[in-house]
Design a protein around this ligand. Structure first.
Ligand code: NIG
Ligand code: FE
Length: 431
């Protein structure tokens, strides 16, 4: 099956340089081709170029008129918790009334509340609820997503979550990476026996998850009030014995030592990083670990933003992800993440777009196949509505500019199509 996308306003993030990620000053460089075409063969990008290089193609080939919209590589959302049961809007109201995230957690709310809800939900129902979120993020332009467990907190319920993630991997058009996050919080039953819970994660959960091959990666919430750097090390060492590479939560609530611990264990990414100082930046430089920022969480919780500019100026790469979860970021809208990166973290539009495409792909182990418009990569793309420039994409922060989403070479979601209201009708929209 071949598909030709033509009449684009611009192809964004076109690269043939085999770069695995962009860092420092290079993050401000976003390669584009004005008014281009792109050819897909089966599920792979087979060619692209400016309009005047369009090769003669058989008239039988399927054509998609982009109507002047911009063609982007689909977002790579490298950090989510989108498999969860129910919602936590009551805690949202508590937060508005003045309670902090940690105070809510101490009262048995937060992650433990989600664990209780998940325990009472069947695997089938959990899959159904999660697929609603999957369909929504696809319509928002996400093409690859990492999904964590961590609302089970018992061996049985962690396996239930991971089996749901596996089913999403098999049944949805998204590229999915799964992460075991048994050490997301200490469950109530172990409140006075923290080390007992770490033992359970190490001796029972990790081997059980590995036996069913349910996790690509392993995560720990290494932060004040959750797991210490020492506990994190123990868990990551156990994961490594089963080939699970770390991608960890670090330094969201304090200077937790999480960044250093992650880098020491060869983490693919360390995520959150609101508390990042000179020492943490020095450790990250040249490490191969992708610093990943989650601006939706600091925005939603009204907390400190990470020093993104300082990190880029020091020469670091940055990825951004949605952190889609019921407690600190109930949204998987990556376009909004791009806007928040620009507005709150002062990233340039080019830096923000690199952070959610090429660098996001690296942060989930997909650098070779996703995150850029490159010949031979997976045809996971989206076409925007008409825009005057790519800067307009984060600028129009409340508009859904993502129109047509193509995953594995097939159109999987389409909103309005580009239409021209004046003069009315005739030749507008997609063909
Ligand atoms: O990434 N920080 C830890 N975990 C999630 C929040 C989980 C929750 O509150 O349900 C996060 O923000
Ligand atoms: Fe998270």
């Amino acid at each position: 099956m071949s598909l030709l996308i033509h009449n684009t306003g611009m192809l964004v993030q076109t690269r043939e340089d085999n770069a695995a990620f962009t860092a420092g000053r290079e993050m401000a460089v976003l390669p584009v081709i004005e008014k281009g075409w792109l050819l897909i063969e089966d599920d792979i990008i087979a060619g692209y170029g400016p309009a005047d290089t369009l090769p003669g193609l058989s008239s039988a080939i399927t054509r998609l008129d982009a109507g002047g919209g911009y063609l982007f590589p689909a977002f790579c959302d490298s950090h989510t918790h989108l498999v969860y049961a129910g919602s936590r809007e009551k805690e949202y109201t508590d937060k508005i009334r003045g309670l902090s995230y940690e105070e809510i957690a101490k009262r048995g709310g937060g992650i433990l509340n989600s664990a209780k809800l998940l325990h009472g939900t069947t695997e089938e129902e959990l899959f159904r609820q999660s697929m609603e979120r999957v369909r929504e993020i696809i319509s928002f332009g996400t093409g690859a997503v990492e999904i964590k467990s961590g609302y089970g907190l018992t061996t049985e319920d962690e396996l239930k979550m991971l089996r749901v993630i596996k089913r999403i991997k098999e049944e949805s058009p998204l590229t999915v990476r799964s992460t075991f996050l048994g050490a997301h919080a200490v469950p109530a039953a172990y409140r006075d026996n923290r080390s007992g819970y770490v033992d359970l994660v190490v001796n029972e959960m990790i081997p059980a998850v590995a036996a069913e091959k349910l996790a690509d990666y392993i995560d720990v919430f290494c932060d004040r009030g959750f797991f210490t750097a020492e506990e994190t090390s123990r868990i990551l060492e156990a994961g490594a014995r089963f080939g699970m590479k770390p991608k960890i939560h670090a330094n969201e609530l304090d200077y937790s030592g999480g960044i250093q611990t992650g880098v020491r264990h060869g983490a693919l990414s360390v995520d959150h990083l609101e508390f990042t100082g000179d020492e943490e930046i020095a450790v990250l430089l040249g490490s191969g670990t992708m610093p990943t920022l989650l601006p939706g969480a600091a925005f939603f919780l009204g907390m400190t933003d990470p020093p993104a500019r300082k990190m880029i100026e020091a020469g670091l790469p940055l990825a951004m992800a949605s952190d889609y979860n019921p407690g600190s970021s109930p949204s998987g809208n990556m376009k909004l993440v791009v806007s928040m990166g620009c507005i709150r973290l002062r990233l340039l539009p080019e830096e923000a777009i690199n952070a959610v495409t090429i660098n996001g792909a690296y942060a989930m182990g997909l650098a070779e196949t996703h995150g850029t418009i490159t010949v031979g990569k997976k045809a996971n793309l989206f076409i925007t509505r008409n825009m005057p420039s790519y800067e307009y994409f984060p600028y129009a922060y409340g508009s859904n500019l993502v129109d047509t989403v193509i995953l594995n070479g097939e159109v999987v979601s389409q909103a309005l199509g580009n239409f021209v209201p004046h003069p009315p009708a005739g030749g507008s929209g997609r063909q």
